[in-house]
Design a protein around this ligand. Structure first.
Ligand code: B12
Length: 221
C-alpha cells in the first residue's frame, strides 16, 4: 500500500499539483497510514528522488524541485501536529540570503528539505546582515547559521560569511554556533566555503540535512 502512495505522491509532485499531493496524503491518513510514516516513508524519499532526478537530468525541472520542497514543508508541518509522540527536533537553524543577495529560491528549497528532516528553521529572509544572522541565532538558541548566496560577490563579500565568523569569534561563540553556506558559487569552487570561513557547505537541500545534523552533533559532543 505504501508503495502505491509513494507512486501517487510522486506523480502529483512531478505535475507540481499541490492539491493532488495533499489529497494523496490525506487519503493515506484516512487509510490508517501514520503521520510519521507519511513524513519518513513518503515525503523525505520523494524529495530525495526529485533531487536525484534533477542531478541526472531525466526530466525533472526547477519548478518541480521547488514545489516538492514547498509541499514537503507544508505536509511535514501538518503531520508533525498529528504525531502521537511529539517529534524530537534535531536542532535549530537560522537561515537567510547573504547581505546584498535577493535570490531566495534556493533558500526556500533548503528550508522545505530541512523541515522535512526535523530541523527547526527560522527564516530570516533576504539581504541579511552578518550582525542580524548572529543576533538571531543567539536570540533563538540556534546551533547553526545557514547563509545562502547565489552570487560570487555576496558569497565572498566582507558582509557575508567572513563577517559572521568574525562576529562569532568576537563573541566567543565559535564552538556553540556553526556556519553552513550554500548556493551556486560553492558548486563551482568546492573549497570556497573554507575561503569564506564557514564550517561546511552543502550542494542541495537534501545533502544539507545530513551536514546540519553533523554540525549539531559536533556542538553537542
Ligand atoms: C532567478 C535568478 C534571479 C532572480 C531571483 C528571483 C528570486 N526571488 O530568487 C532575479 C531576476 C531577481 C535576479 C536578479 C539578479 N541576478 Co540573478 N539569477 C537567477 C538565476 C537564473 C537562478 C537562481 C536561482 O534561483 N536558482 C535556483 C536555485 C534552486 O538554485 P540552486 O543553486 O540549485 O539551489 C540549491 C543549492 O544552491 C543549495 N543552496 C542554496 N542556498 C543554500 C543555503 C545553504 C545554507 C545550503 C546548505 C544550501 C543552499 O540548495 C538549493 C536547493 O537544492 C541565476 C542563474 C542560474 N542559472 O543559476 C541568476 C544569477 C544568480 N543572477 C545573477 C545576477 C548577476 C543577478 C543580478 C545582479 C542581475 C542584475 N544585473 O540586476 C540581480 C541581483 C539581484 C540581487 N541583488 O540579488 C548572476 C550571478 C553571477 C555571479 N557571478 O555571481 C547569475 C548566476 C546569472 C548569470 N549567469 O549571470 N536573479
Amino acid at each position: 500500500m505504501i508503495d502505491q502512495i509513494i507512486a501517487k505522491y510522486q506523480e502529483a509532485i512531478f505535475d507540481t499539483d499541490k492539491n493532488a499531493a495533499l489529497k494523496v496524503v490525506h487519503d493515506a491518513l484516512e487509510n490508517g497510514i501514520s503521520p510519521r510514516d507519511i513524513v519518513f516513508k513518503v515525503v523525505v524519499p520523494s524529495i530525495e528522488y526529485m533531487s536525484a532526478s534533477i542531478a541526472q537530468d531525466f526530466g525533472a525541472n526547477l519548478a518541480q524541485h521547488f514545489m516538492t520542497a514547498q509541499i514537503a514543508s507544508q505536509v511535514t508541518e501538518e503531520m508533525i501536529a498529528l504525531f502521537t509522540v511529539p517529534p524530537t527536533m534535531i536542532g535549530k537553524m537560522v537561515i537567510g540570503t547573504s547581505f546584498g543577495d535577493f535570490h531566495g529560491l534556493g533558500k526556500k528549497i533548503v528550508i522545505g528539505c530541512l523541515k522535512a528532516q526535523m530541523i527547526d528553521i527560522i527564516d530570516l529572509g533576504l539581504n541579511v546582515t552578518a550582525e542580524r544572522f548572529v543576533d538571531e541565532a543567539i536570540d533563538n538558541d540556534a546551533q547553526v547559521i545557514g547563509i545562502s548566496s547565489m552570487m560570487l560577490h555576496t558569497a565572498r563579500g566582507e558582509n557575508g560569511s567572513v563577517k559572521v565568523r568574525e562576529l562569532l569569534i568576537g563573541r566567543k561563540l565559535e564552538k556553540k554556533i556553526k556556519i553552513i553556506v550554500g548556493g551556486a558559487p560553492y558548486k563551482y569552487n568546492r573549497d570556497l566555503y573554507k575561503i569564506v570561513k564557514a564550517d561546511a557547505w552543502a550542494e542541495n537541500g537534501i545533502a544539507a540535512g545530513q551536514v546540519v545534523k553533523n554540525l549539531i552533533a559536533e556542538i553537542q559532543s
